[in-house]
Design a protein. Structure first.
Length: 122
């Protein structure tokens, strides 16, 4: 058994928290968020995971048992997964803000933080 602590790839902090999303007809999703820089650290679904900022090697490990017909197909799948994670992250932050579960002065991210994180990753 391996045990790991999540670390932000952007600022290297170990201070992270999770936001769990349950949506009918979709797999349960967990967004791991850095408490320091408010960046997306990882997104987990019950059947797969994606570590934002770690690149293709992490993505390939997450696809254990699955194969792609080509390297191009694999990179396209990684790109789609990354964009889906960023879009989902922004959506979750917006919903949390609408529900007043996130406050600007609390140290937790706002929708603006998700937009900045997505822009800085391009």
């Amino acid at each position: 058994m391996e045990v790991h602590r999540q670390q932000c790839q952007k600022c290297r902090s170990f201070r992270v928290y999770d936001v769990l999303v349950r949506e009918s007809g979709h797999p349960q999703t967990v967004f791991v968020i850095c408490a320091e820089c408010h960046g997306l650290v990882a997104r987990y679904e019950l059947q797969s995971y994606y570590h934002h900022g770690k690149g293709a090697e992490s993505f390939i490990r997450s696809r254990e048992g699955k194969h792609a017909d080509s390297g191009r197909e694999l990179l396209e799948d990684l790109s789609r997964t990354k964009q889906t994670a960023l879009d989902g992250y922004a959506r979750v932050l917006k919903i949390l803000a609408e529900q007043h579960k996130v406050l600007d002065d609390s140290g937790y991210p706002t929708e603006r933080d998700a937009t900045k994180a997505a822009e800085s990753d391009d």
